[in-house]
Design a protein around this ligand. Structure first.
Ligand SMILES: Cc1ncc(COP(=O)(O)O)c(C=O)c1O
Length: 410
């Protein structure tokens, strides 16, 4: 018997810890949209989770210099002293948060930070409270770590934000973490100091519950919104808060894969144990680039945010002008999360009834050649997400097509 035959007969069975996790809806839509493009259809894809700006030149130059200096080997396990110092400065300068170097960790993207944190802290069956709509990875990572995601619907009526009564009701003796993201992917909603306060008051009374905040979109906020982070607002929670951030979105560095966090050193140490057996360390060159991003000029962030704000306004106004759609104005990030309840029950020209947001997004893709992601992929329906990190011309064309497609429904 050949080795191949043995393998075939044995078959492959995925581990139970990933058996409930499917291929992401976002990837499926992207694959379908790209296949249509290859067939020559003029598809506009509004699904990307990354800024359309380039990585700044001074960051690229720092990386090139690092390569020339020979910084091409393994580094310290959870970040070089240089990048940790740059992160310490960033937390102090922008968030008024004081972390020692051993309270800071650096990983291959904020995604790995989340993974390390959950892997290092969750025992099977531990509960993690996640408000929806959520970034899909939160719940998948918790499940891979054999925890139990406890999803709490937070719809447009509450500004897509968790409220203290919902939080209080969700906490059980098994609750290990609450996971908050501001500004949010996918809703763009952000928590002000006043929004956070009641949640922090609940957590102060529940010392077994830890707080993970994902501040990834910190720099992309609009209309003068004042970004705040919980460990800064409530020092009483700092000893059980992990403040997660990264260079991906602010500095258009998604491909460099650097994320970081500040938190209590016992947790940081445990996360390093996970990382040591997963990746050994983040990329040496990307860490050098991140030092330049964090220590370098920050003024361009404002210009980029102003450009995103123009596009946000274009998309929100365009969507709200369409009968059946209802889009809340997001405070930040580069996504809109629009309600589409008004189109449910309608019938497409091909005679198909639109029952769900997934049906609506499929219709937009097939009929209008616009790829957007249904709210169901983010745990809350009936909504759909648009990423407006693309040109104004493309956004205008997409909105025209969406409006025309909606007008064709009966
Ligand atoms: C809310 C949120 N957090 C974290 C990440 C991951 O970022 P990174 O590129 O650092 O892994 C993303 C990426 O889409 C995100 O939307």
């Amino acid at each position: 018997m050949t080795i191949n035959a043995t393998v075939k007969e044995a078959g492959f069975k995925p581990a139970s810890r990933i058996s409930t996790i499917g291929v992401s809806e976002i990837l499926k839509i992207g694959a379908r949209a790209n296949a249509m493009k290859r067939e020559g259809k003029p598809v506009i894809i509004l699904g990307a989770g990354e800024p359309d700006f380039d990585t700044p030149d001074h960051v690229k130059e720092a990386a090139a210099t690092a390569i020339q200096r020979g910084e091409t080997k393994y580094t310290a396990l959870d970040g070089t002293p240089e990048v940790k110092k740059a992160i310490r400065e960033k937390f102090q300068r922008e968030n008024g948060l004081a972390y020692e170097l051993d309270e800071i960790t650096v990983a291959t993207g904020a995604k790995q930070i989340l993974f390390n944190a959950m892997m290092a802290s969750i025992n099977p069956g531990d509960e993690v409270i996640i408000p929806t709509p959520y970034w899909t990875s939160y719940s998948d990572i918790v499940q891979i770590c054999e925890g139990k995601p406890v999803l709490i619907a937070c719809d447009a009526s509450s500004g897509f934000r968790l409220t203290s009564d919902k939080l209080e009701a969700a906490i059980t003796p098994r609750t290990r973490w609450v996971l908050l993201n501001s500004p949010s992917n996918p809703s763009g909603a952000a928590y002000s100091a006043a929004d956070y306060r009641p949640l922090l008051d609940v957590l102060l009374k529940r010392p077994q519950v830890w707080l993970l905040v994902d501040d990834m979109y910190e720099h992309i906020v609009y209309d003068g919104f004042r970004f705040v982070t919980p460990a800064q607002l409530e020092p009483g929670l700092k000893a059980r808060t992990l403040t997660v951030n990264g260079v991906s979105k602010a500095y258009s560095m998604t491909g460099w894969r650097i994320g970081y966090a500040g938190g209590p050193r016992e947790l940081i140490k445990a996360m390093a144990v996970v990382q040591s057996q997963a990746t050994s360390c983040p990329s040496s060159v990307s860490q050098a680039a991140s030092v330049a991003a964090l220590n370098g000029p920050q003024e361009f962030l404002e210009e980029r945010t102003a450009s995103f704000q123009r596009r946000r306004d274009l998309v929100v106004n365009g969507l709200n002008a369409i009968d059946g759609l209802d889009c809340r104005v997001p405070e930040g990030a580069f996504y809109t999360f629009s309600g589409c309840e008004g189109v449910l029950g309608k019938v497409t020209p091909a005679g198909k009834r639109i029952e769900t947001d997934t049906d609506f997004c499929a219709y937009l893709l097939e009929d209008a050649h616009v790829a957007v992601v249904p709210g169901s992929a983010f745990g809350l329906s009936p909504y759909f997400r648009i990423s407006y990190a693309t040109s104004e011309a493309e956004l205008t064309e997409a909105l025209t097509r969406i409006a025309a497609a909606c007008a064709r429904l009966s």
